[in-house]
Design a protein around this ligand. Sequence first.
Ligand SMILES: [Zn+2]
Ligand SMILES: [Zn+2]
Length: 144
Amino acid sequence: MVQRVEKAVEILKNTGVRMTPQRHAILTYLLETMTHPTADEIYKALEGKFPNMSVATIYNNLRVFKDAGLVTELTYGDASSRFDANVEEDHYHAICTTCGAISDFHFPYLRDAEVAASKDIGFKVTGHRMEVYGVCDSCQKNPH
Ligand SMILES: [Zn+2]
Ligand SMILES: [Zn+2]
């Protein structure tokens, strides 16, 4: 984990981004919690440590991380974007409709769909999106 944070700090340095204690804390939080937090959740987790920090600061930093390719933004058509720091592994998301938790899972076979689109209709594919919805393991065990 420390290694991942150090690597991310290095990437930011190389793109000319100055490291501040707040920026470092947000980055570390993102890399440590693989829960795909919203900006609000990051804010709530860190406001105790940085009383002067605003939600706008979180958003500004998330944009910086996004531009540097360190996080991806998962948009859901409303204001509650979630941020994913797992950019090294191709993965999909299973979203719990009860508690909202997002879990990563691997399913490499959909690469073929991109190949098919490119072969069959000459499409220049830039990506695809697939999500699984349902009830997570913990919600199944502890019904609300
Ligand atoms: Zn759940
Ligand atoms: Zn993810």
